[in-house]
Each structure stands twice: as C-alpha cells, then as structure tokens.
Write a protein that binds this ligand. Structure first.
Ligand code: TYM
Length: 325
C-alpha cells in the first residue's frame, strides 16, 4: 500500500501536526508491505507566506521533524514539492477538470477568505485544493493520513480523479482514501480551538524549555479553586496530557482532578515535564538536523530524485490520454 501525506511550510510543525499527521504516517510507513511518500508542501505555503528566508527555515524545520520522529528515508521518500515540477504541471491539467462551485464551497477556503477579506484572497488560495489533488494523484497514493480538517480536500481529490478517469474511460488515477484517526483527528490548541499555526494557539514541542513552559502555562482553564474537585473531561490541559501520556499516567491525573487539592498549575507542570521526557530524543535529533544543513540537504535531494521518477511515470500516462505527447 502506498501512503502519502504533506505538511505546509507555513510554520514549524506543532503538536497538532505531529499527533494528527506525522506520527500516524510514520507508523503506517513502518508496517510491512507499505511504502510511504511524505513531502513538504512549500508551494502551498506561498498562499499565506511570502518571505523566502522564513520559508526556507520552516522547510528545514519540517524535514528535521520527520527525521527526528524516525522516518526511514532508505525505505521511503521525503522531498520538497517545489523541486518536482510535475506537481504544478499536473495541477494545471486538473484545473481544467475542477468545477468552480466545488472550490467556492470548500470550507477551508471559506474560512480563510472570510478572515482575509476578498481583496487579499489570491487565485492561489482559491485553487489550493487542486494543487493538493495533484500532490496525491501524482504518486498513485492509496492512503492519505491527515487530520480531520483535510477530509474535504481528499474528497475533492477523489472527485477530480473520478472525473478524469471517467472522461478517458481508464484508470488514469488511483482513488485515494483518507486515514483519519478518530481519537486524534482534532488536537485542541491552548485556547481550546483547533490547534493551528494561523490561530497562534499552538504548542511547539521543540522550543527551549522555558519558552515551552510559558506557552503551557497559558493553556485556558476555568476558575475552580485549587482545593475543589475538578472535571478532567472539561479541561484542555487534561485533554492534551491524555493524548501523549500512558494509560496509568492518565488514570492518575484523573484521580488527582477528581480528588481536589490539585490545581491546574500542577497539571500544566506535569504536561510540560511529560513533553520534555517523552520527546527528549526527538528534541535532540531535531536540533541536530537544524544545525546540520548539509545532512538535511543530502536527504532531501535523494528524496527528490526518487519522487521525480514516480511523478514522471504518472505525468507520462496523463499526457498520453490527454493527447499531449
Ligand atoms: P497543514 O500543514 O495545515 O497540516 C499538516 C497536517 O497536520 C494536521 N493537523 C492537525 N491534526 C490534528 N489536530 C490539529 N489541530 C491539526 N492541525 C493540523 C492536518 O490535518 C494535516 O494532516 N493542505 C495540507 C498540506 C497538504 C497535503 C497535501 C496533505 C498539501 N498537499 C497532500 C495531504 C496530502 C495542509 O495545509 O496541512
């Protein structure tokens, strides 16, 4: 089975990206018989981020995160989307098979354009899902592990692919399935809304300890006094802790909440300490790659060659049915 997923280089990866996409994708890639294609969606990031230097920094951070979490680049592939020109070529072909209303009704487009106001909405933001469809279809991906916010984009990919297959009466594209883990489909941010780069409510597990603690201390909580029992199921710190702690640790924290005499400050300190211990190796490896450009570049260039080989085969198939060669 071929697994594929991407992360936009519009920020450093946060806990939502890590639990929602990076860890599930790596777990799938480790199963026998699976092969995975994980890429950095740097072209997509141009819809919101214009500065080149910042983009380069975020691209490195995403690559360093995949590697820090143990992605095996001998068996699998990792690359920068912008280095494989077939992504944009296929996006054009797919543009011509995508009905306008489908794009107009996309939830993530509506959300972003409401926030930006119509004069700031670029055509790139509008056609964003088409480039995403090209990313997936170019590699004949069967399974796309993503967070819940991406479900609609995968459905659009399937619709566009079906329309091409139907037109040419053949299996030009494989129809991909989304893989969304129900437990971790939407990781909350420190204010309880979906954790997101654009909301500024994210936890960056690679930050220096002091900065990390400062963010964790800001997690929203109610005003129940320290002595009183608390409802863990209504609390964001507990929710975040449950996502990364062992069953015993979660059960213990639940008892503490329910017994009283245990404040939100205690829970936040435990969450902070757990992040530091649980991700100690990943934090070290992340720093290693962030300080070793040559090492990162070597891995990415090798990945780009592998990705290009597959992409060219698909583009060849598409050009043939569409009469471009
Ligand atoms: P992006 O960069 O916003 O997010 C990357 C991945 O992280 C998941 N995610 C979350 N999961 C759970 N809880 C959260 N709070 C949370 N925040 C983010 C996202 O669902 C996603 O899986 N359009 C994509 C990038 C992309 C792509 C693709 C993905 C481009 N081409 C092809 C898959 C296949 C995006 O912006 O993800």
């Amino acid at each position: 089975m071929r697994i594929l997923t991407g992360i936009q280089s519009s920020g450093r990866p946060h806990l939502g990206n890590i639990l929602g996409a990076i860890v599930p994708a790596i777990q799938l890639s480790e199963q026998t018989g699976n092969e995975s294609f994980l890429f950095i969606a740097d072209l997509h990031s141009l819809t919101t981020l214009r500065d080149g230097e910042t983009r380069r920094e975020y691209v490195r951070a995403i690559a360093a995160t995949w590697l820090a979490f143990g992605y095996d680049t001998d068996k699998n592939t990792i690359w920068r989307q912008s280095r494989v020109a077939e992504h944009t070529e296929l996006a054009w072909y797919l543009n011509c098979f995508t009905p306008m209303p489908m794009l107009q009704n996309a939830t993530s487009f509506k959300d972003k354009s409401d926030k930006l106001g119509s004069s700031a909405v670029s055509a790139g933001l509008f056609t964003y899902p088409i480039l995403q469809a090209a990313d997936i279809l170019l590699y004949d991906a069967h399974l796309v592990p993503v967070g819940k916010d991406q479900r609609q984009h995968i459905e659009m990919t399937r619709d566009i692919a079906s329309s091409v297959n139907h037109q040419y009466g053949s299996e030009v594209f494989v129809l991909p399935e989304p893989r969304i883990d129900e437990r971790i489909m939407t990781i909350p941010g420190i204010d309880g809304a979906k954790m997101s780069k654009s909301y500024g409510n994210y936890i960056d597990i690679f930050e220096a300890p002091n900065d990390l603690y400062k963010v964790i201390k800001k997690i929203k909580s109610d005003s129940t006094p320290l002595e009183e029992p608390k409802n863990p199921d209504m609390d964001i710190t507990f929710q975040l802790y449950s996502l990364i702690a062992s069953d015993e640790q979660v059960a213990q924290m639940r008892r503490n909440y329910e017994a009283g005499g245990y404040g939100y400050g205690h829970a936040k300190k435990e969450l902070y300490e757990l992040i530091l211990t649980k991700y100690a190796t990943e934090r070290e490896r992340f720093d290693f790659y962030m300080n070793n450009d040559a090492e990162l570049e070597k891995v990415l260039i090798a990945g780009e060659e592998k990705a290009r080989t597959v992409a060219r085969q698909t583009i060849g198939r598409v050009r043939t049915v569409m009469g471009f060669n």
